[in-house]
Write a protein that binds this ligand. Sequence first.
Ligand code: ARG
Length: 419
Amino acid sequence: MPEALRKTASYEAEPGEVARVLLLYSGGLDTSVMLKWIQDHYGAEVVALTVNLGQPGEDYEVIRGKALRLGAVECHVVDAREEFAREYVAPAIKANALYGLGYPLFTALGRPLIAKLAVKYARETGCDTIAHGCTGKGNDQVRIEATVTTLAPELKIIAPVRGWQMGRDEEIAYAREQGIPVKGGTEVAPYSIDDNLWGRSSEGRWIEDLDHAPEQDVFQLVTRPEEAPDQAEEITLEFDRGLPVGVDGERLSLVELIDRVAAIGARHGVGIVDHIEDRIVGLKVRDIYEVPAAAIVLPAHAELEKLVCTIHQNQFKPELDRQWAYLVYAGLWWEPLREDLDAYMDAVNAQVTGTVALKLYKGSARVVRRSSPNAVYDPALATFSESGGLFSQQASPGFIELWSLQSRMAWRIRHGDAG
Ligand code: ARG
């Protein structure tokens, strides 16, 4: 075996150990080449698994047919949209989850579920090994392998794309040789895309040139803001204990709601994020995200949360939100701290009930109305006119004297009496 292929981690499979492989199959070029290559290289049987997390425009019957044609002994297509929304996106909403201030984590949320399903199907179909198509440069390998080794220490893992060192030309040549359909032109490498119901990312090509402004063809989900309607539109989201449950007066399941909000946001050019990102494996990269649903639901949620929380909760929670997003981004979904944080998120979100309206206009989503039975807000107190006995303005000077005491002392010690 060439030097580069020698195993480093205990869970990596040696060729002799691989008899039946559960392949996470997307239907794209890499995993199609893998499907053949695993049979070739290991003499192993391949069971294909394709997970539907709500990626738009996917034809799962076509993917299934392709897997079987390429020699898969079984092909399973799982619709995991409800579980994804309920168990992964919902806690992310409660945690206002954004990594690096801009990335709503749709891929990072999907990977632990995909890998969990891979474990389930590998066990049910008697596989000894799980194969995925991640490269050695990304976060997804971390998320998938951390999940598999956590949930199923008995399973081995192979990641052929990381090991085989085929360039794109070789890969296309291999595909042609093996009768694997290569769609589209092969002269330009396509964008590297990943998507699900919570968003879509594009990487590669000119995106790697940080000085290159986005080309139009990258946007496949969101209307470019300059082409969005001239007429603004208001959207009202109803929340129940931290989760959106209705849009414009209509109750919807979380999956339906996300789809609905995404469609409205996309029409108005909402949710384009041009993001510089620190990957877990050390690289700094750029991603173009289209996240129309997250760009509406997250600010709406944050607005309502701010309204029902006290100043102390509002100071504290963003720290935990950031830590939650970091753990999930970093592939540590199964880390107990994440569940500890979820318990806190749930406690705070018990109060997050009410409605928020946002105005959507040419790329922006701005909160314009909010209401909650739990708002820590009293218009009689907030008003500029007198509030009667509830708030004594006469008490304010005394408060200010004590509140500023240490800061005043320190300032004088540092600057003397001169000031
Ligand atoms: N940068 C994002 C992340 O690390 C998106 C990755 C998309 N994955 C992909 N295989 N194209 O979560």
